[in-house]
Design a binder for this molecule. Structure first.
Ligand code: SAH
Length: 498
């Protein structure tokens, strides 16, 4: 039984993550971050048993039966639960069910929402100047059932800070009980929805006005009652980040999106991954194979993308060779990410321009040496521009342009995204190459594009991408000064950050 933590996938414990990696079967709940499922090993069976308000995919008995059945098959099962499994998560019941059947289990505690959500809203649940007592309670009671299971008369004034789980629906009742039983109506209250995630929202008020102020808040939310709420005024670190509350769409290929997404999320943005391109092998791989078999005949290999580097080495290895074949061949990388990728194969680059476009590659190579008669390999995308080979030819070199990989249109994964774009839910769409623009326009359709221009902002990684965007009628609001992912992040931060 593993606690997943409150929402931010980084808040799982080291032990919890190790359990997920080992599991044959993972049974997870509604409030568990889907990001955590990335730890699952290949072939692991992943089963969703979420209960969202009154909509249950499985009733608790069925969940218990399912766990017992899976364990019975001698598989390692991780029961992944939101927050901590033993805090209002019915983890105790599930564990009891295992004990009754003689099943061996362990419990990995998680960070519970009542501590984490306030922390991310700038509220320490205890503080020596305010209170040394803390109570965790559930607000999920049926007030019509006649009589409350909670001793409100004792509770209301017994502890300084009261954190209430599942209290959104019953908030008027809860607030009423607290005041009726002696808690001053001026007591500060905060309600934190989707705490620790990029969707976090916080409403602050007092017992007197919080019901009115939080009318639009729906679950999941934690309610914090107590003087400590006042500290938020000074300690609100998470919501103060520059891109908090902003939504950014990343259109890169799925396996390349995560670094970019993480950098944006660290600044507080909500990121929607909308991969518009997919990287595949070229239709005809033989030109690449031929060139790799004759690597020694080249003076230079010029890499103009991370994908080019990967395709090059993957194929080299496939042919039974390795990096030693590059002895005596000089390497040029268009920019820092490409150079880093080359570095992953323990190789250094001999040439890297200070501007990350083909024009600058040409300038820099020219400075390095007289290129006349030099064979230069260009392992690139099928749709790469002809500028570089033509320029090299003009200098008397012998460029060999090779299609090392192909950029194809991705499937539109999320049909709803187009609606989300058009209703104004998104602030920025990012383009990291010309093909991302081309495919984006194709996927969303020209008619939708017209609606988007002016409604949200398009950001481009550099001049070539901007050029393509212009040709296709996409109004670029901003171009990165440095043509890299970090350069784009910086540009977005400057544009939107307050
Ligand atoms: N075992 C969980 C609690 C499960 S009960 C834990 O330890 O956190 C579900 C309730 O937890 C929700 O109704 C809400 O009140 C609270 N909750 C869970 N995740 C939350 C989050 N990210 N932000 C705010 N409240 C959350």
């Amino acid at each position: 039984m593993v606690g997943s933590g409150p929402g931010d996938p980084g808040l799982i414990t080291v032990k919890g993550a190790e359990c997920i990696k080992k599991a044959d079967i993972i049974i997870y709940d509604h409030l568990v971050s889907k990001e955590l499922l990335k730890y699952a090993k290949e072939g692991a069976e992943i089963i969703y048993v979420g209960k969202e308000g009154s909509r249950h995919t499985l009733e608790q008995d069925q969940i218990n039966d399912l766990i017992v059945k899976m364990v019975g098959q001698e598989k390692t099962v991780v029961r992944l639960k939101g927050g901590d499994p033993f805090v209002f998560g019915r983890g105790g019941e599930e564990a009891m069910c295992l004990v009754e059947r003689g099943i061996v289990f362990e419990v990995v505690p998680g960070i519970t929402a009542a501590i984490a959500a306030p922390a991310y809203a700038g509220i320490p649940v205890t503080h020596r100047d305010y209170t040394s007592t803390l109570g965790l309670i559930t607000g999920h009671e049926n007030p019509n059932k006649g009589g409350s299971a909670l001793p409100w008369d004792k509770l209301s004034t017994a502890v300084g800070t009261i954190c209430i789980y599942m209290g959104v629906k019953n908030l008027p009742y809860i607030v009423g009980e607290l005041v009726k039983n002696g808690r001053p109506k001026e007591t500060p209250v905060a309600i934190i929805r989707w705490g620790t995630t990029s969707r976090q929202e916080t409403v602050v008020g007092t017992l007197e006005d919080i019901v009115e102020k939080s009318k639009d808040i729906s679950p999941p939310a934690i309610t914090v009652v107590g003087e400590v709420v006042k500290l938020r005024e000074h300690l609100n670190w998470f919501e103060a980040r520059p891109l908090y509350g902003r939504t950014v769409v990343v259109t890169r290929a799925r396996d390349q999106a995560s670094d970019f997404a993480r950098e944006l999320e660290e600044l507080g943005a909500t990121v929607i991954e909308f991969p518009t391109i997919k990287i595949t092998e070229p239709a005809d791989i033989s030109p690449l194979d031929e060139a790799l078999k004759n690597l020694g005949s080249f003076h230079w290999v010029v890499f103009t993308s991370v994908n080019g580097v990967d395709a090059f080495f993957r194929r080299l290895s496939h042919l039974g060779m390795d990096a030693r074949e590059l002895k005596g061949v000089k390497i040029c990388a268009i920019g820092p990410a490409t150079a880093d990728e080359v570095g992953r194969y323990m190789l250094k680059v001999d040439c890297q321009p200070s501007k990350y476009v083909a024009e600058a590659v040409l300038e820099e190579l020219k400075k390095k040496e007289d290129l006349r008669g030099k064979r230069i390999m260009l392992p690139r995308a099928d749709i790469a521009r002809s500028f570089l080979p033509e320029g090299l030819k003009k200098l008397g070199a012998e460029p060999v342009d090779i299609t090392a990989y192909r950029t194809v249109l991705a499937d539109i994964g999320d049909e709803k995204l187009i609606d989300r774009l058009t209703v104004g839910e998104v602030d920025v769409v990012t383009f990291t190459s010309s093909s991302t623009v081309r495919n984006f326009v194709q996927l969303i359709g020209k008619e939708n594009l017209t609606k988007l221009n002016g409604k949200l902002r398009f950001v481009s990684i550099g001049p070539i991408t901007t050029e393509t965007a212009k040709e296709l009628g996409v109004n670029i609001s901003l171009e990165a000064k440095e043509y890299t992912i970090p350069g784009m992040v910086k540009a977005i931060e400057e544009m939107l950050g307050s």
